[in-house]
Every structure is written in structure tokens, then in C-alpha cells.
Design a protein around this ligand. Structure first.
Ligand SMILES: Nc1ncnc2c1ncn2[C@@H]1O[C@H](COP(=O)(O)OP(=O)(O)OP(=O)(O)O)[C@@H](O)[C@H]1O
Length: 369
């Protein structure tokens, strides 16, 4: 753990009987960071959060918060607080009583006047002025979410744990609350650790994202690092999406390597500087939005058959067939890039080009990561 880490996991693992939900994991989170645990259902992100919160006991390893070993401590004796997915509000208590509850319990008995002051501040911070006397049943989903946030921050934890905090909200409200979360993080200056399976949310909010896969950390990085330089095909596909195509190295010309895909088509990449051995099998990654419509025969162009075209407002998402490649490829083009309506009819042909700087190259073995 570095001196600036506020949360540190060293070799932390969790097993349930014979099943390993979290393999031995190291993770260091700096004070004030907004870190997101991201991954598909079952990858171990909630387990990691619950281990830090103290709701699960680690099977191995050590968890430190603010430099203190809390591995054996109960949730209430850790300087963290959790916002739960379902908010877990008391239905018969007012908004202000819900928010102040944590301050009034025996182990954390804050004097009444101080309690009222802190609750008032929290109510203002989350924008619930005028609603302090309502019960949760008299609030909208977004307002209930704000109560849950206020209740978690009123105890002034060093670290706020957020378990899919926006998942109960509809899409429009979610976007609004994402802005709120970001603002709260900035104003409070405390460390946020959030779990989500929504990559857009993770990209929009986080200083760093921890991408998890099958109980292991697959990559940690800033949103830009993960999008621009994914370490493996799993991250490339999970963050932003990528066409992953098996390929074979033909040779290279200076900084540009040439690969064969499908029935002999050639794709060039400038992102494979170390690869020299012709015949080497790798996986190419091309993001759908990196394709541009081109004229036939251009360098690094692919002749594709349009299988399906989906209208996305200003963009079209095309499902494409390539000779000798069984799985479909996807391209996202500006609507204006496809001039005639018949150009997107299923069965019609299109030439797509990709810049060699945008062709990612992964070792084939990394497919498993
Ligand atoms: N109490 C438990 N007993 C047995 N297995 C469990 C228990 N809790 C979690 N698991 C298993 O551990 C794995 C990781 O679960 P976890 O809840 O951390 O996943 P997750 O990535 O948060 O997924 P989700 O987004 O669905 O919540 C899953 O396969 C899950 O079935």
C-alpha cells in the first residue's frame, strides 16, 4: 500500500465453499479518488465492495482503510458508509429522521443540536429542501436516491461505497443523477468507490475504473486509458465495444504490420511494434465507430456485405458480413456517410476503411483474460 492509499486490499480473496468469487486481489485507492468496479453480472464486483464494507468476511488477505487493518472489524466500526442499491430507507420515518438515524444510534451518539445541524446540511447538499418532513413513500425514485445519499454522507465517512446507486432509476433520471454524483464527489472531497455494470456510467464518472472478469481484475486505468489502450480483448469489448477478429501476421513494413483475416483480406496496424514472426496468430480489435465509408480498393479497406442496418438517429449501426469470417462485424457510421437509402439495404455491399493507428492487436492467449 502506498502512503496515500485510503483503501488497500492485499491478497484479498473470497470463496463460498468450492467456488471462488474473488481470487487473491491487490488494489490501492488514493484519497479523494472516484473509483468504479465494473464488470458483467457475477464477476465479483459486489463481493469486493461488500468485503471493504465489512458485510462479507475475507477468506484470505488484508483490508486496510486509512492505514488501519479493518479485516476483522464489523461494518459499523469501519470509516466507510454504503449506499445500497435498494436504498434501504425506513418507510415510517421522515426524510430527516432517515438521514439522521445513523447519528442517533447508540454507538455513534451525536448530540441533538449537532445532529439537526448536520442533517440540515446534508438535506441542502442533496437538494431536498422543503421535503424533510415527507416519508419515503411520498417521494419520487430520484428523491429517494438523494435521501439514501444524504444518509450515507451525514456520518462523514472517509470512504463512500456505492452499490449500483442509480440502477433503480429510469434512463433520463439516471443521467441527471450522474451529474449530481459527480458534483457531490467534488464538493465532499471524500473517496467514492462505486459498483456498476454500466460502462457508460463508469466512463462518465470515474477517475479510475477497475474492470473485473470472473473474480479477477482484468485492468485498472483511467477511462481514457482503458478506451484507448485496453490490455486485452475482454476490456476492449467491455469498454466501448470492439470487433475481435482472429488474424495472422504476414509481415511488416517499418512501423506497420500486415495481418491476414478471413479469406485473405489484409488489415494493417501501427499498434504491433514488437511483432515480427510471420504466421503468428493474434486477435485484432477494431472499434465500430473507427470505420469510415471509403471507395473500393483503398489501403486498409474491407469489402463488406450489409446484413442489417439499425437506425440510431444521427448514426447507423451496420451488421456486416466479411468473406471467410463467420461472426458478424459491426460498424457505426454517421447517417450522412451512407448516401443512398439503397446503400444500407441488407445484401448490398459497402467498402469500409480503418486507420492502421486504430487497429488494436492482442496476443491470441489474451482472449481468455
Ligand atoms: N453468499 C453467496 N454464496 C455463494 N455464492 C455467492 C454468494 N454471493 C455471491 N456469490 C457468487 O459469487 C459470484 C460473484 O458475485 P457478485 O455478487 O460479487 O457479482 P457481481 O459482479 O456483483 O454481479 P451482479 O452485478 O449480478 O451483482 C457470483 O457467481 C455469485 O453467484
Amino acid at each position: 500500500m502506498t502512503s496515500k492509499s485510503i483503501v488497500a486490499l492485499e491478497g484479498v480473496a473470497k470463496t463460498y465453499g468450492a467456488f471462488t468469487a474473488l481470487h487473491p486481489t491487490d488494489l490501492a485507492i488514493a484519497e479523494g479518488e472516484f473509483v468504479t468496479l465494473l464488470g458483467p453480472s457475477g464477476c465479483g464486483k459486489t463481493t469486493t465492495l461488500r468485503l471493504i464494507g465489512g458485510f462479507e468476511q475475507a477468506s484470505a488477505g488484508r483490508i486496510s482503510i486509512s492505514g488501519q487493518d479493518v479485516t476483522e472489524r464489523a461494518p459499523y466500526h469501519r470509516p466507510v458508509n454504503t449506499v445500497f442499491q435498494d436504498y434501504a430507507l425506513f418507510p415510517n420515518m421522515s426524510v430527516s429522521d432517515n438521514i439522521g438515524y445513523g447519528l442517533s444510534v447508540k454507538s455513534n451518539n451525536v448530540p441533538k443540536a449537532e445532529r439537526a445541524k448536520r442533517v440540515g446540511e446534508a438535506v441542502t447538499l442533496v437538494g431536498l429542501e422543503g421535503m424533510a418532513h415527507r416519508r419515503p413513500g411520498e417521494l419520487s425514485g430520484g428523491q429517494r436516491q438523494r435521501v439514501a445519499m444524504a444518509r450515507a454522507i451525514v456520518r462523514r465517512p472517509r470512504v463512500l461505497l456505492l452499490d449500483e446507486p442509480l440502477s433503480a432509476l429510469d434512463v433520463k433520471l439516471r443521467e441527471g443523477m450522474q451529474v449530481e454524483l459527480k458534483r457531490l464527489h467534488r464538493e465532499l472531497g471524500i473517496t467514492f468507490l462505486m459498483v456498476t455494470h454500466d460502462q457508460t456510467e463508469a466512463l462518465a464518472l470515474s477517475d479510475r475504473i477497475v474492470v473485473m472478469n470472473q473474480g479477477r481484475i482484468s485492468q485498472i486505468g483511467s477511462p481514457i486509458e482503458l478506451y484507448d489502450n485496453p490490455a486485452n480483448p475482454y476490456v476492449a469489448d467491455f469498454i466501448g465495444g470492439a470487433n475481435l477478429v482472429p488474424a495472422e501476421l504476414i509481415g511488416r513494413d517499418g512501423d506497420t504490420a500486415a495481418f491476414r483475416i478471413g479469406n485473405g483480406m489484409v488489415v494493417r496496424s501501427r499498434r504491433a511494434t514488437a511483432m515480427r514472426e510471420p504466421g503468428r496468430r493474434i486477435t485484432l480489435g477494431i472499434r465500430p465507430e473507427r470505420f469510415v465509408a471509403a471507395t473500393s480498393g483503398a489501403t486498409n479497406s474491407l469489402e463488406c456485405v450489409i446484413r442489417e442496418s439499425l437506425f440510431h438517429g444521427d448514426r447507423l449501426r451496420l451488421e456486416l458480413g466479411l468473406d471467410g469470417i463467420t461472426m458478424p462485424l459491426f460498424a457505426e457510421l454517421p447517417r450522412t456517410a451512407v448516401s443512398s437509402p439503397s446503400g444500407v439495404e441488407p445484401g448490398s455491399h459497402i467498402t469500409l476503411l480503418v486507420d492502421p493507428d486504430d487497429v488494436m492487436v492482442f496476443n491470441a492467449k489474451e482472449d481468455q483474460e
